[in-house]
Design a protein around this ligand. Structure first.
Ligand SMILES: Cc1ncc(COP(=O)(O)O)c(C=O)c1O
Length: 402
């Protein structure tokens, strides 16, 4: 994937933000664990209010060399002006929402999204005076109808966790901008290999770096990418004062994971397609949802908006899902029965609809309908890793049999 005037994605994923260390001549970046840095007294002060883009590293909650190097790479890969890293994906999203919205502002949120975000919106944001309306983001009229005069932010994932419903980024960005609001996209499941939300009109992109961007399941992290001024404001406020800074070691690991992102996403996609096709033809399976198959309800949008269909799929069984889940937990040998996604090992777990609804934002009652219409009742969420697809299919075959 290339952008005019820029080196190819894979080249940038390796080189951006990682010059040879001028003090040690080390080819790979050193890990800098120091929590504080010597600085010229004229270059920075004691208060975060003195911070600007020329401020050197002062204190590790403000910035570190490993964090800045990762931010430079993430901004480049998302074609954004700047990026800001946090200790986790939820750290990034909560800082962004609470750092962007004020009491009296209104958020329009996708009725299906990662449980942590749904719970934050339902349980915490109203306590801060932030109003929330949820809408089915695959229905443009429903999103437009949810807008109010005080709407400041629209927020969605694409594909969304866990049902893999897509959001038409360009169309929603138009609706947001016509209302004078910003549109933020959680692109964790797509990654910048598949989708570039900023190029499609979104104002902000968030990632759980814990997932595909790190890719190896050994570091929590989160990031927001957007305009320089917005990132500077977030650093000065939400990062420094809420304090959810990314550890240098995790920044170092995630940067290393990014070197192979494009290669890994191609492999995840190729295996996921094979497993999805295998499951579609399996007699025990009722339905498979994978954005790369024509059976996905938004296949046309997937083809337009995604240049990689990722390794995430869901399936529904003919037999009671809870019963099948117990069998899969006992019998699977290559898959691991566990939450999370986007790593080298294939993961699978069962989500009963009742559980999803406990964590969903059901005020407007569209979430249940969205789940049932889109994915069915009770789904297995699968993250296809980097094992050989024939081993994954054989593992499912032996575990699905009685
Ligand atoms: C789409 C999405 N966004 C955000 C998060 C939160 O990320 P983290 O676990 O790094 O806080 C997750 C976690 O599963 C997720 O799937």
């Amino acid at each position: 994937m290339s952008v005019p005037g820029k080196k190819a994605f894979s080249t940038r994923s390796i080189h951006t933000g990682e010059p040879v260390d001028p003090t040690t001549q080390a080819v790979e970046p050193s890990l800098v664990l120091s929590t504080n840095f010597v600085f010229d007294p004229d270059a920075a002060g004691f208060s975060a209010e003195t911070l600007d883009e020329k401020t050197p590293n002062v204190y590790a909650r403000w910035s570190t060399p490993n964090e800045r190097s990762l931010e430079e790479k993430l901004a480049d890969l998302e074609d954004g002006e700047d990026a800001l890293c946090f200790a986790s994906g939820m750290g990034a999203i909560s800082a962004l929402i609470l750092g962007t919205l004020r009491s009296g502002d209104h958020l329009v949120l996708s009725d299906v999204c990662y449980a942590g975000v749904a719970e934050l919106a339902r349980n915490t944001l109203p306590d801060f005076g932030i109003e929330v309306t949820t809408a089915n983001f695959s229905d443009l009229d429903a999103v437009a109808a949810a807008i109010r005069p005080n709407t400041k932010l629209l927020w969605a994932e694409t594909p969304c966790n866990p049902i893999l419903r897509l959001t038409n980024i360009a169309a929603i960005a138009e609706i947001a901008h016509a209302a004078g609001a910003q549109f933020g996209v959680d692109s964790t499941m797509a990654t910048p290999v598949a989708t570039k939300p900023l190029a499609l009109g979104a104002d902000l992109v968030a990632h759980s770096l814990t997932k595909y961007l790190n890719g190896h399941g050994d570091a929590l992290g989160g990031a927001v990418i957007g305009r320089k001024q917005a990132m500077a404001q977030l650093r000065q406020g939400a990062l420094i004062h809420f304090g959810g800074a990314l550890s240098p070691f995790n920044a170092w690991l995630i940067r290393r994971g990014l070197h192979t992102l494009e290669l890994r996403m191609k492999a995840h996609e190729a295996s996921a397609r094979r497993v999805a096709l295998y499951l579609e033809s399996h007699p025990a399976i009722k339905r498979v949802i994978y954005p790369g198959l024509p059976s996905h309800p938004q296949y046309a949008l997937a083809q337009r908006q995604m240049s990689n269909f990722s390794g995430m799929l869901t399936f529904q069984t003919k037999e009671d899902g809870a019963e099948v889940a117990r069998r899969l937990y006992r019998k699977l040998q290559v898959f691991t029965y566990a939450v999370s996604l986007g790593k080298q090992r294939s993961l699978l777990f069962y989500i009963p609809t009742a559980d999803i609804l406990k964590s969903s934002f059901t005020l407007q009652g569209t979430a249940l309908q969205s789940y049932r219409d889109f994915a069915g009742d009770g789904i297995f969420r699968v993250s296809i890793g980097l094992e050989a697809p024939e081993d994954l299919c054989a593992d499912l075959d032996q575990a699905l049999s009685q």
